[in-house]
Structures are given as structure tokens and as C-alpha cells.
Ligand binder design. Structure first.
Ligand code: PLP
Length: 394
């Protein structure tokens, strides 16, 4: 007898993966240039030059047994120091390397954070639309995930719904801004309201409610917008960061968890993070890329390409009559489907070779996600297909 829960997880492909596989098959049939695949959030902007330089220097100049050897379990001290120094410089915090734990990307950061905090009976709350893996990550750690219903007016937080879901069982909140799939950045006003409620409720329940900030898209913001740094608003914050999108390194699997030094029981929570990393087998994140990060900690991929793509697709689709919120960040556009059932809409879109992801799995039926981290040519070439698609509904 083995775990049915794991068999189910391992056999059921996500809708996104399903679409991606379909797109690859379709490309062999009609040519890749005729398939408008907007399914995956895989950065199409290369990693900055400093990443290549750092890899070359490290490979050429380091002792290979050290370069490819185990690092200390939470990560190289030098890397954790570079990260904590940089966070302090940017956000005026006072972190030390002993608040940073190196991970294999945001997914691992989330799993470690949830594992570190959870005891049986705990609940986490997140906000629709949300990254569907949160359900997997919380459930597998023995916690329940409650989802705040969407505020379709502006995709900020629906506070009425949020207040109804809070309870003494609430261990933590998972927040993702810039958001996948809406591209929305939570405003400072939203963050202030959220953290005020969390402070009040922590007091009322007599235990801290932790705020887990999932931030793989922090650097992908447009028009100079600032994304509030949550540790500056709420002491019981853990940041789950990743270089997958900011440095276009999703396949290298590198990120970190940062625990606020202001947290009530900061050193105990950091110890639990180290323990969860150990228990889950997430120790010694990839050595080469830890050392690359130490050298490129201030770098970001050229995000002007995403901004240009956002403008082309947003302006193109709204001109055609599609309804969507203008994203301030990430590389997704969340569009209202032209019929109630987003799955049926996506099936019709497929007939025009448009591969769009239905919003249902993000907790937001009736919407579809477009990943615009694709070539400019694909975006421009797809607009006539979107025009044909909307004609079907007129
Ligand atoms: N969180 C969100 C909101 C994401 O969109 C993703 C990946 O797309 C992740 C976490 C996982 O990121 P990583 O590749 O760093 O594990």
C-alpha cells in the first residue's frame, strides 16, 4: 500500500502542463509559428550578463571540490550575508545571515515555511486568484487552505470575505504580489489594512498570525511602481523569494526564505525553518548558483521587454473589446472570458490556436490567464486570432 494522495498528485497533470504538451504536439502538426502558446510562465528574457560572467569566473577560478561541494545546510555564509546586506540596504531592515535560508526556489521556500509553522488543526488563508500549488503545499503539511474570494473590481483584497475566514486556527496568510495570475500589485493601502487586521486578530487570539510573502515577481514591476516590503509593515513576516523570474533562472532552482528579525520568536522560527529544510531534504541549495547569487545579488533581468509586451497585449486586447485589468507587474494578463465557463471559452480559443489557461484552478472561474513572456512576434501574430475569437461572441 502506498500513498494514494501522492499517486493522485503524481498522475494528474496541471491544466497548464496539459496545455503546454498540447501546444508542443500542435506545433509539430502546423508549425510552431502558427501556435499561440500563452500557457507557461517561463521567462523569455535571458539572464543578465553578470550571471554568465559569474559562472565563468567561478568555474575557471575556483577549487572544483569547493565549488561543487556541499555548502552549509542553510547556505553559504557569504551568500546569505550578501542577501541580508542587500535587503537591509534596499528596505532599511536589520537582517543578519542567520535570518536567511537558501532554497531551491520559491516552491521550496513555501514548503519549508509552511512545514516550519504548521501543527495539526492549523489553517492558512490566501487570496483568489492564487497560485494553485498553495493547496498542495499546505495540505501535504497537514494544514487546511482557505481561500478569500476574489475582488473583481480591482483584484486587491476582498476584506469582507477575509474577515469571515479568520479564526483562532489561522496560523498564517499567504500573499503573492505582484500576483500570478492577475499581474496586480497590492497597494500600500491594501497592505496597511491587511496588517492592521492581522495585528488585531493576533492580539485577540493570543498567538501570532504569520504572514508568508511569496515574492518571485518582486522585481517585475512597471512604471517605476514600488512593491511594499512586508517586513516593514508587519513583524511576523517570512519572505519566500526566488531568482527564477528576477534573474531568469527557473531551471537552476535558487531562492531563499527570509525571517524577519523583528518577529516575536524570530530565532525559534528560523530554527524551525532550518528543521523543516532538513526534514524535507531541502539542505545545501545548489552550490554553484548560491555563489552566482553572491556575485549578482543586485542584478535583475531586463524587464523592459515584459513591459513592452504587456502594453502590446493589453492595448491590443482591450481595443478588440476584451475586458481585463491592466497588470502592474509579473508577466501575466488576466482576461474575462467571453462566456461564464472559462474552460469552454479556452476550448473555443484553441480552435484559433490560442492556448489560454482557465482561471478555475487559480480560484477565479470566468477568467483566463495569458502569459506574455513569449516573443513579441507571437503576441503581434496572435492579435488577429483574438479578433476572430471575439467575433464568435458577437
Ligand atoms: N509562487 C508563484 C506565485 C509562482 O508563480 C511560482 C512559479 O511560477 C512559484 C511560486 C514557484 O517558483 P520557483 O520556480 O521559484 O519555485
Amino acid at each position: 500500500m502506498i500513498s494514494n494522495e501522492m499517486v493522485k498528485l503524481g498522475t494528474k497533470r496541471s491544466v497548464i502542463r496539459e496545455l503546454f504538451e498540447y501546444g508542443k504536439k500542435r506545433a509539430t502538426e502546423i508549425g510552431a509559428e502558427n501556435v499561440y502558446d500563452f500557457s507557461l510562465g517561463n521567462p523569455n528574457v535571458p539572464a543578465p550578463e553578470c550571471v554568465k560572467q559569474a559562472i565563468l569566473e567561478l568555474v575557471n577560478d575556483s577549487d572544483p571540490t569547493l565549488l561543487h561541494g556541499y555548502t552549509s545546510a542553510p547556505g553559504d555564509l557569504e551568500t546569505r550575508t550578501a542577501i541580508s546586506d542587500y535587503i537591509n540596504e534596499r528596505f532599511n531592515t536589520s537582517l543578519t545571515p542567520n535570518h536567511i535560508y537558501m532554497t531551491v526556489g520559491a516552491a521550496a521556500s513555501l514548503c519549508i515555511s509552511i512545514k516550519a509553522l504548521t501543527v495539526p488543526g492549523d489553517e492558512f488563508i490566501t487570496f483568489a486568484p492564487f497560485f494553485p500549488e498553495y493547496t498542495v503545499f499546505t495540505n501535504v503539511m497537514g494544514a487546511e487552505l482557505k481561500v478569500v474570494s476574489v475582488n473583481t473590481e480591482n483584484f486587491q483584497i476582498n476584506f469582507e470575505s477575509f474577515k469571515q475566514l479568520l479564526s483562532p486556527q489561522t496560523k498564517g496568510i499567504i500573499i503573492n504580489s505582484p500576483n500570478n495570475p492577475s499581474g496586480v500589485v497590492y497597494s500600500e493601502e491594501t497592505i496597511k489594512e491587511l496588517t492592521t487586521i492581522l495585528k488585531e486578530k493576533s492580539e485577540e487570539y493570543g498567538h501570532p498570525i504569520y504572514l508568508i510573502s511569496d515574492e518571485p515577481y518582486r522585481e517585475l514591476v512597471y512604471n517605476g511602481l514600488k512593491v511594499p516590503y512586508l517586513m516593514n509593515y508587519y513583524k511576523n513576516t517570512l519572505v519566500c523569494y526566488s531568482y527564477s523570474k528576477s534573474l531568469s533562472l527557473p531551471g537552476e532552482r535558487i531562492g531563499y526564505v527570509a525571517v524577519s528579525d523583528q518577529m516575536e520568536n524570530s530565532s525559534e522560527v528560523y530554527a524551525a525553518i532550518c528543521g523543516a529544510g532538513r526534514a524535507l531534504g531541502y539542505v545545501c541549495a545548489p552550490s554553484l548558483f548560491q555563489k552566482v547569487i553572491a556575485k549578482c545579488v543586485k542584478a535583475t533581468s531586463d524587464i523592459s521587454t515584459y513591459e513592452e509586451h504587456r502594453d502590446i497585449i493589453y492595448n491590443g486586447l482591450t481595443k478588440l473589446g476584451y475586458n481585463c485589468i491592466k497588470p502592474d507587474g509579473a508577466f501575466y494578463l488576466f482576461v474575462k472570458a467571453l462566456e461564464e465557463d472559462a474552460n469552454a471559452f479556452c476550448e473555443k480559443a484553441k480552435k484559433h490556436e490560442l492556448l489560454l489557461v482557465p482561471g478555475d484552478d487559480f480560484g477565479c472561474p470566468g477568467y483566463v490567464r495569458i502569459s506574455y513572456c513569449v516573443s513579441k512576434k507571437q503576441i503581434l501574430d496572435s492579435l488577429p486570432a483574438f479578433a476572430e475569437l471575439i467575433k464568435e461572441y458577437k
